[in-house]
Design a binder for this molecule. Structure first.
Ligand code: CA
Length: 231
């Protein structure tokens, strides 16, 4: 999953970026509204952390422009604690959630996970596909009850695929969501990672769709659950 952090406070930007990278995300950072708006407009992000008080272009305006242009990625606002008006404006502009400063990093991480899984249509932090369970909270992968050790690249790849089950994901899309903007984007590396991932998982859940990309079929259980009457 690839994230964008837009925060003009250099220390805070660095802390956020570092914490998110440690949590396994690919992170780009911007330090003013113009740069942030440009990145969010041109690069595909799975979620954005957007400070409201920004130089050059206010956070609210950044968000309004994106939404007007049809950019739908989940946006978590960073607001000052006593500025309730910012939150109202932010939600009206199309924000999905907020955290007030000063915040605990754990809360930011939890809210981002929630935003991304909701964007993927999931209600819990665990993604299940056949024998494979992906626990996005613990950053763990379990196959047939046994934990599987993955590198951060492999984990990111699997997490992205499991957030998008039931549709074909192209190599280009994977490259765009798994690497930051400075990475040498050779889509052949994706094939290598898919190969390693299949080997480590030991089960055949990732299909190659020739000429198009890869597919993890949507789990049948979720379809059954969807038609069960609620208790
Ligand atoms: Ca600020």
């Amino acid at each position: 999953m690839r994230l964008l952090v837009i925060e003009d406070d250099k220390d805070l930007n660095r802390q956020l970026t570092t914490a998110l990278q440690q949590a396994g995300y690919v992170v780009d950072s911007a330090f003013d509204g113009e740069e942030g708006h440009f990145l969010g407009d041109t690069e595909p992000y799975d979620a954005v952390l957007l400070d409201i008080g920004l130089p050059k272009l206010e956070g609210i305006s950044v968000l309004e422009k994106w939404r007007q242009d049809g950019r739908k990625m989940p946006v978590l606002m960073l607001t000052a604690r006593d500025r309730w008006g910012d939150k109202v404006q932010g939600f009206d502009a199309g924000a999905d959630d907020y955290v007030a400063k000063p915040f605990h990093m754990e809360e930011v991480l939890a809210r981002l996970r929630a935003l991304m899984r909701r964007a993927a249509g999931h209600a819990t932090s665990e993604f299940v596909c056949g024998p494979v369970r992906l626990d996005t909270k613990a950053g763990r992968v379990i196959v047939d009850g046994n934990p599987v050790r993955l590198t951060s690249h492999e984990y990111r790849l699997l997490a992205y695929m499991m957030h998008h089950t039931g549709r074909i994901v192209s190599r280009t899309e994977l490259v765009e969501h798994l690497y930051d903007q400075d990475f040498d984007r050779d889509s052949n590396t994706i094939e290598v990672f898919i190969g390693r991932l299949r080997k480590k998982l030991g089960v055949d859940i990732i299909q190659t769709i020739r000429g198009l990309g890869y597919l993890i079929a949507a789990p049948v259980e979720s379809a059954i659950n969807a038609i069960k009457p609620a208790k």
